[in-house]
Unconditional design. Structure first.
Lengths: 113, 115
């Protein structure tokens, strides 16, 4: 049973549009929420991460929004580009867990020219 | 740059064979992880290791074992491969300060097909 539920499974967005991926969790002990980006033929790589003491974190065109009371967090990709086409995974962990991440199922994002 | 390498990109094995997947990291990381990636299921942790010769089961350890004889190398072993172990296998490492929120660095993956 996945501890982090991710949606949608796939997403098609036009160049310049906004991609939004949502994740929900149950374990209130989670205290770190990273997003990983995976291109075809490559392993995932850390994209951006947030801790629950802030509600939003922005790095370039990528923003994480975090709602602690709803136990939800989301990734927004602004001004989406074809180079953003990839699979995105949300994840969570508790700091006493040897760094063991719980991953969502992944969202395949396709940005059309 | 951290580099995590996996011994094979593609493997084809027969049911019942013993299969070894090797992973090497070059950044002196304490923690190493083995995941399998399946469509619609994301990444699921098979085993992890927080020190040489130390290992812990992840969420789906059945049918797998691991070995970590040296700090830089973490091996995943399928004792008797079965068709339901056909998957993408990803190795990762992290610096390993217990209790810290750390980046995991992934290898490129090994796509295993069991016939």
């Amino acid at each position: 049973q996945q501890q982090v539920k991710q949606s949608p499974q796939s997403l098609i967005v036009q160049k310049g549009g906004i991609s939004i991926i949502n994740c929900a969790y149950e374990n209130t002990a989670f205290d770190y929420f990273p997003w990983y980006q995976q291109f075809p033929g490559k392993g995932p790589a850390l994209l951006i991460a947030i801790r629950p003491d802030v509600s939003e974190k922005k790095e370039g065109r990528f923003t994480i929004s975090f709602n602690k009371s709803a136990k939800q967090f989301s990734l927004h990709i602004m001004d989406s580009q074809p180079g953003d086409s990839a699979t995105y995974f949300c994840a969570s962990l508790t700091t006493d867990s040897w760094g063991k991440l719980q991953f969502g199922a992944g969202t395949q994002v396709v940005v059309t020219p | 740059d951290v580099k995590v390498t996996q011994s094979s990109r593609y493997l084809v094995k027969r049911t019942g064979e013993k299969v070894f997947l090797e992973c090497v990291q070059d950044m002196d990381h304490e923690n190493m992880f083995w995941y399998r990636q399946d469509p619609g299921l994301g990444l699921r942790l098979i085993y992890f290791s927080y020190d040489v010769k130390m290992k812990e089961k992840g969420d789906i350890p059945e049918g797998y074992s691991v070995s970590r004889e040296k700090k830089e190398r973490f091996s995943l072993i399928l004792e008797s491969a079965s068709t339901n172990q056909t998957s993408m296998y990803l190795c990762a490492s992290s610096r390993g300060t217990s209790g810290q929120q750390e980046t995991q660095y992934f290898g490129p993956g090994t796509r295993l097909l069991v016939l």
